[in-house]
Design a protein. Structure first.
Length: 308
């Protein structure tokens, strides 16, 4: 069971790391300098509201004279038809994913009745949690750097990620169900297919943990931008169990080239030190000529990446 789960984690990671940048490249790239301009506007707007000159990191994490002192300046929506209200369909999607997750875990209950089975499930859970943090970073990296709102399938997600750099505090105004429902919408059919594919306890646990971790990563991301998060969240952040405010704040400095993982952040040090993102960017560039947005903000990154 464990070997199968490990194979699933490895294969899934290889597939998504290979496919993601090319799927996002399906649309015409945004004009050069667009992302840098929007990021500069973000810092300038924060400075105007506070009456001081601040870095993008300070603008992200510091309260201002407008908006909510626990969250930041007044929210700005970038997607057409977006809302900060929690709608019944948002709640329905998330509760539906939880219900499906419960059904998917049925084979795990019997497997956990033996010591060997329980140990195997614990190992699968731990491996999947680590992989989920990595995947949150992989998806974040691809969405930040490739494509735009016109990209097929992923356009809305890309616009939301890239727009988040301009108005990072907006996410803190979203309720839980509003914030995570889009991930639940994608996770439900994915988990359904996984359930049909196999009743194996390790397989089922992997997919349940993976899709729910991706959903929760969006909420942990929100909490990392909240100036005064709930006490339980602040405790988890202080223990390094979920992504913290200062750890994620390091991502919100132009050219936004590192610290992409937003579930726990455990993978960030190894990924950043090893140059994984620069190597991936160089590979994409050599294959299709597409430059990531972070290169456009900092030309030195291009030289570094192509020199690896």
């Amino acid at each position: 069971m464990l070997n199968r789960a490990v194979r699933v984690v490895t294969a899934t990671g290889f597939i998504v790391s290979t496919v993601s940048p090319f799927a996002f490249h399906a649309s015409r790239a945004a004009p050069k300098g667009r992302v840098a301009t929007r990021r500069l506007q973000s810092t300038t707007e924060g400075s105007e509201q506070t009456g001081t000159t601040t870095s993008s990191f300070e603008t992200t994490l510091s309260p201002t004279s407008e908006g909510n002192p626990r969250r930041g300046p007044s929210p700005v929506l970038v997607l057409e038809g977006d809302t900060l209200d929690t709608l019944p369909k948002h709640v329905g999607l998330v509760v539906g994913l939880w219900a499906l997750s419960g059904a998917a875990l049925a084979p795990c209950i019997e497997a956990a009745t033996t010591a060997a089975g329980a140990l195997g499930l614990i190992q699968v859970f731990a491996a999947t949690l680590l992989f989920s943090d990595f995947f949150s970073g992989l998806f974040h990296w691809a969405s930040d750097n490739y494509g735009n709102k016109n990209t097929p399938v992923f356009g809305g997600v890309i616009e939301a990620f890239q727009g988040h750099h301009v108005n990072p505090w907006t996410i803190t105004y979203r309720g839980f169900f509003n914030n995570v429902h889009k991930i639940a919408l994608s996770a439900i059919p994915l988990l359904g297919v996984a359930m049909l594919a196999s009743p194996d306890p390790g397989w089922r646990l992997f997919w349940v943990v993976f899709v729910n971790a991706q959903m929760l990563s969006q909420e942990f991301h929100k909490l990392s931008h909240t100036i005064k998060p709930p006490s339980w969240a602040a405790w988890l952040q202080s223990k390094g169990l979920i992504i913290g405010r200062r750890a994620h704040g390091q991502h919100h400095n132009s050219p936004f080239e590192a610290h992409y993982c937003i579930l726990t952040g455990w993978c960030n040090p190894a990924l950043d030190r090893s140059g994984v993102w620069r190597r991936a960017e160089a590979l994409v560039y050599r294959l299709n000529g597409q430059e990531p947005n972070c290169w456009k903000d900092d030309p030195d990154l291009k030289r570094k990446a192509l020199g690896l």
